[in-house]
Design a protein around this ligand. Structure first.
Ligand SMILES: Nc1ncnc2c1ncn2[C@@H]1O[C@H](COP(=O)(O)OS(=O)(=O)O)[C@@H](OP(=O)(O)O)[C@H]1O
Ligand SMILES: [Mg+2]
Ligand SMILES: [Mg+2]
Ligand SMILES: [Mg+2]
Length: 352
């Protein structure tokens, strides 16, 4: 039985839309001291913090009891050295929160003119993303800017939100401000939101949540099939993908693209499979990097598994735990990609 999740979908699209406006406008204004390097050496900008604050604050108004697994936390902003950044984040978040009500918006979600939040409310909204996750009940995942490196380069990034219930993703929204609306028609410009609700299909919307277009992964042909892969070589093994490509006789070069925009492209038939194999031991994929993408591809008729063909387990906490690698593809292509991945893994094992 599929549940409606109508309000959840509306709230999620509205929250991602506001956060996308924020990230697009902040990109043009970013200055050097508005980016921090986190403990794991990855970058985080005022845009990441402010977008998480906006989404979390909207979720809190609409669903106050729901826990949130968010990528960012506000500890660096609560100390004296973080004051300048915090002031900027509060300003940016409030600009997005108080923007006029748009299509499908509801003032009960704490948005619109006059709904500005205090510094404490903004920091607390960011820190409501500290939930540890788990296998039962409802929880949201927020990746306020997925592909922060792509965002900083002015390339692809995505604002990502999902609702997980009892370990299963039920709603996924991916906002891609820099992604062409239709790659065959560049004149249509950039900026789309992908949305999927379990059992109700996948759609592409405009950044303001209009013009829903249903998405189905088309049957691939040897001429159209290629891989979608990370830009950053540290995030996913390019050489492994090259080997799998040659095992499958794929002639088209891989499309390198940051963020869950890759799942969006796959869902609408730009590229045949998203393959992400780890480059080293020890990194565990984060649930916010894959939950919205998984439901989007599944609802567009595709399959998402790890490299062993196992389903992704979103009930193990903030990471995917033991899931090793990601394979996402249309239902006809997934089995042959999985078989080639197994073969390439076997070859790599035989070499050591
Ligand atoms: N070592 C390692 N291995 C695998 N994945 C990692 C690793 N380090 C980081 N990350 C996560 O990668 C997220 C960026 O997504 P992509 O890899 O698809 O984009 S990119 O092309 O590499 O920028 C990125 O998401 P954001 O931090 O939201 O940008 C990280 O969560
Ligand atoms: Mg991410
Ligand atoms: Mg991120
Ligand atoms: Mg990050």
């Amino acid at each position: 039985m599929s549940l409606a999740f109508t309000t959840e979908e509306q709230v999620a699209v509205a929250a991602v839309g506001r956060a996308c406006q924020l990230t697009s406008s902040v990109f043009n204004k970013l200055v050097k001291n508005e980016t921090l390097v986190k403990g794991d050496k990855s970058p985080v900008t005022v845009g990441d913090f402010a977008a998480q604050a906006v989404i979390s604050s909207i979720l809190y108004h609409a669903f106050p009891a729901d826990p949130i697994v968010g990528e960012e936390d506000a500890s660096d902003l609560r100390v004296e050295s973080g004051k300048e950044m915090k002031d900027r984040i509060v300003e940016l978040a409030n600009e997005a929160i108080t923007a006029d009500l748009g299509l499908g918006d509801n003032a009960n979600w704490g948005i619109g003119p006059g709904q500005a939040k205090s510094d404490t409310e903004i920091l607390d909204a960011i820190d409501r993303g500290n939930y540890e996750g788990g296998s039962t009940g409802r929880m949201w995942t927020i990746d306020p800017i997925d592909g922060t490196k792509g965002f900083l380069r002015g390339e692809q990034y995505a604002v990502c939100l999902s609702l997980i219930v009892d370990s299963k993703v039920q709603v996924g929204v991916i906002g891609c401000p820099n992604l062409p609306v239709d790659p065959a028609h560049p004149e249509k410009g950039t900026g789309c939101i992908f949305v999927a609700v379990r059992g109700q299909g996948a759609q592409q919307l405009t950044l303001s949540g209009a013009n829903p277009t249903p998405l189905t992964i088309p049957t691939s042909t040897p001429e159209t099939f290629n891989f979608l892969e990370s830009v950053e070589a540290a995030h996913s093994s390019h050489s492994f993908n090259d080997r799998v490509s040659s095992l499958l006789n794929i002639t088209r070069p891989a499309t390198r693209m940051d963020s869950q925009a890759k799942y969006g492209c796959l869902a609408r038939g730009d590229g045949g499979a998203y393959l992400r194999m780890p480059t080293g031991v020890g990194y565990r994929e984060k649930i916010w990097d894959h939950a919205p993408g998984q439901i989007l591809v599944e609802e567009a008729g595709g399959i998402v598994t790890d490299s062993r063909g196992e389903p992704l387990d979103f009930g193990l906490g903030r990471t995917l735990g033991e899931n090793f690698g990601i394979i996402a593809a249309g239902k006809d292509d997934h089995p042959r990609v999985l078989a080639a991945v197994q073969k390439a893994l076997g070859e790599a094992k035989a070499k050591v």
